[in-house]
Design a protein around this ligand. Sequence first.
Ligand code: PLP
Length: 444
Amino acid sequence: MTNSKLDRRLFMKGAGAATFMTGAAAIPATSAVAAGRGQMQMSTAYNLDEEFNRIGSGDFKWDMIRKANRPHDVPFPMGVADMDFRALPQITQALQKRLNHHNWGYEAPPADYKQNIVDWNKARYNEDINPDAMVNCLGVLDGVTSALVTWCDPGDKVILHTPNYSSFFSVIPGSLCELAESPMILNDDGTYEFDYADTERLLQEGAKAIVLCNPQNPTGNCWTADQLRRLGDLANQYGALVLADEIHCDFVNKHATYVPYASLGEEYAMNSVTQKSASKSFNLAAHRTAYMYSKNKDLIDRIIRDGIHHRGLMHTMGTIACNAAYKHGAQYMDDMQAYIDGNCHYLESFAAENFPLIDYKTHEGTYLAWLDCRKLAEEFGEPEGDTRIGDVMKQFFIEKAGVNINPGENYGITGAGFMRMNLGTTRHKLKGALNAMKAAMDAL
Ligand SMILES: Cc1ncc(COP(=O)(O)O)c(C=O)c1O
């Protein structure tokens, strides 16, 4: 029996997620490798094809979605932006070692914590981060909030190019700023472009900052140096700060390039703050550990002084997890990225053959696919009242396919007709989800 038939049979039998997980055929390991440079000798094997069971840990992606959608089962939750793989073994080993101390008093991050962040970014992106102009935060969004609160006065406009990551729609007002949406331009090839004229209009109206997402969630764009420079020139001309959220930077497909905003040159670096974390790359979101940095040390000092989140203390387990990830995870990250690249290509060819109503082309960065469902949306017609077409399509896929994907409107009204699908999962689950979606759409 082929895998797709197996997936389909399991789904059609109404197999619950637990049944799906335990019944799944084991796919031979493709990624059992020893991790990269300068590492301790320990067991480092991992298998990205492992059908790892997340159910019961209390997570948002599996447990919350399944609970919220009862009586429908959701064996394919592909909404929340985290991944379904078992953590890098050295991360778990480092955490276990610390657990054995049975002591949770105040403490500093590991001594080499900042250096490992510096080394990771230098080795992978040739970025030179000054560890004295870097500050830890309890999440990228907390860092964005601190920077906005420091830089802006209450009521100042902050530009967000949409569609864009949903939480910015609450974090910008939550920082007492006014969200100034600038809809992006959709190119014929499915990539997006900033609307520079509209951006300049907002800057002329007094916008004080631009929140930039690079690589972009949800559209998957990796911005080119030219695009970033053009945007940065406008920001610099009008004195607006660029807050570069580069949390997804480790996920860049083979045909694409990630350009760190701070690498554009001195004038851009001095007028920006970059936000990063190991949380997407190594699936550590629950550990609440991130960092931000700038070439402009005065600005970082101001954020430490005036930003509401920076009392300087960090989460013990989070810093240990991040440290182990950056220290031991280079090879794992390369394998993970190649695996996600494979998922994107699998989705592209599956959609071309089987989804007449959904368009998708392998995107550039992040593990999030931005599905063009505008033809599917037409099948459902105009929704009634306040219901969004994305909610109609989400419910359709939950009820008829057991697949949870996110409505495009979550990322701004310009996202209507699109759906975001998380590909941070095994090929086996992805195949199961796609077969189930095909069956649901074929029956329309
Ligand atoms: C672009 C972007 N920024 C920030 C976050 C959240 O980061 P954190 O959990 O560190 O606040 C996410 C999570 O999906 C994201 O996609």
